[in-house]
Design a protein around this ligand. Structure first.
Ligand code: FAD
Length: 365
């Protein structure tokens, strides 16, 4: 008998299991995949950590969360500075003074601001993503960086998408190319699988084990179930199926230095992939060989991995019904990106698992 059966050996499940084990509770972690780590999993290929489910860079401004993850792995000093390739030309990204120099030839913040004022389209109340971007940077930058990429990623025209999807994208009047603005940033030197392995040290883990293959059995094994899988699946899709976008990866082992940077975004709609990753650059690798991954957006079906929730009004309304049901589900705790139908960065997942643990401990006192 266990105190907690935790469905999912991803970041949420691993942090929760570690904290509860350290507090004296007996935990069992199960995962249907053949490995731990969920989407942060990295696999060693010829000494290179390959980010199997897309580029993962840890970033946070919360010292507590940074100190927490550093207890389980040493982080390198990688700073994410992706580049854009549009029709064979390379641009600095996110949009900054270097980008504006490359596109318009402006060299100072004053010149750049003047140019932006000229090219911005006046739209009083931008109603969708296209209008919002046009009102911020005008037609040329929209077509160079946003339009094709967004159409590939979401399989929808930017006119059909809400502005909030991209409001996170910084537009800078300085030469700063660091994609993230957080105080702390890096990647575990030994890969994320090493970090998750340390979190799960001494805890029973069963891989290739789908909760739904025998859910009555797993429910009986513990007083409390912690569920980090898809919430609609947990409730038998009774209110319908929540939509996701998926991804498909093609990976090759090559010689040398393929693109000179860890991440390149391909923003032209004619190119079918959205990103090319060269994994050794995530860890300053100087190996003779290199591992390169092409990332293609893909339609989600149940046999694929759900990557990005489609948080439009229809899906959010459906999620709220599931959330309501989850609130009155005794003995089950829901957590993580799939159970909450929300895009979470890793630091937010760590924060939410630690907060859940804190709340449980407070109740038990
Ligand atoms: P998951 O990692 O999905 O873990 C859930 C686990 O539950 C999975 O292992 C799954 O197999 C298992 N499971 C589900 N159903 C069952 C079942 N029925 N039975 C048994 N097991 C089950 N964040 C950053 O901070 N920086 C980044 O650079 C970054 N890049 C990203 C890039 C991409 C392409 C994506 C999609 C996400 C990125 N993220 C990034 C976000 C990061 O991946 C998530 O924050 C994190 O993986 C969420 O952890 P989780 O435990 O909630 O979910």
């Amino acid at each position: 008998m266990y105190d907690y059966v935790i469905v999912g050996a991803g970041l949420f499940g691993a942090v929760f299991a570690r904290e509860m084990t350290d507090a004296g509770y007996k935990c069992l972690v199960i995962d249907k995949r053949p490995h731990i780590g969920g989407n942060v999993y990295t696999e060693k290929v010829e000494g290179i950590d390959v980010h199997k489910y897309g580029a993962h860079i840890f970033h946070t401004s919360d010292k507590g969360i940074w100190d927490y993850v550093n207890r389980f792995a040493t982080f390198n000093h990688y700073i994410n500075k992706p580049k854009v390739n549009y029709k064979g030309k390379v641009y600095s990204f996110p949009i900054n003074l270097m980008t504006l120099y490359q596109v318009y030839g402006v060299t100072t913040p004053q010149e750049a601001e003047k140019k932006l004022q000229e090219v911005r389209v006046t739209i009083a109340n931008p109603a969708n993503l296209e209008e919002w971007i046009l009102s911020q940077v005008g037609l040329e930058l929209y077509e160079l960086f946003i339009k094709g990429y967004t159409m590939k990623q979401w399989q929808k025209h930017p006119k059909e998408l809400p502005a909030f999807i991209i409001k996170r994208l910084p537009i800078r009047l300085n030469f700063e190319e660091n994609y993230f603005e957080d105080i702390y940033q890096g990647i575990p030197k030994e890969g994320y699988t090493f970090l998750i392995g340390n979190l799960l040290k001494g805890i029973e883990v069963r891989l290739n084990t789908d909760y739904f293959s025998d859910k009555e059995h797993f429910n009986e094994l513990a007083k409390t179930l912690v569920y980090t899988g898809k919430i609609d699946e947990f409730f038998g899709y009774r209110f319908g199926e929540l939509e996701y976008r998926s991804l498909r990866f093609e990976t090759k082992l090559l010689e040398g230095n393929y693109q000179g940077n860890a991440v390149f975004n391909y923003t032209d709609s004619e190119v079918p992939y959205t990103r090319v990753l060269e994994h050794k650059h995530f860890n300053f690798g100087r190996q003779k060989h290199t591992v390169v991954t092409w990332e293609y957006p893909d339609t989600y079906t149940r046999d694929k991995i759900p990557y990005y929730p489609v948080n439009d009004e229809k899906n959010n309304a459906m999620y709220r019904k599931y959330e309501q049901l989850a609130r009155s589900c005794p003995g089950v705790l829901f957590g993580g990106r799939l159970a909450e139908y929300k895009y979470y960065d890793m630091h937010q997942i760590v924060g939410s698992a630690l907060a859940k643990v804190k709340a449980i401990k407070a109740q038990k006192v």
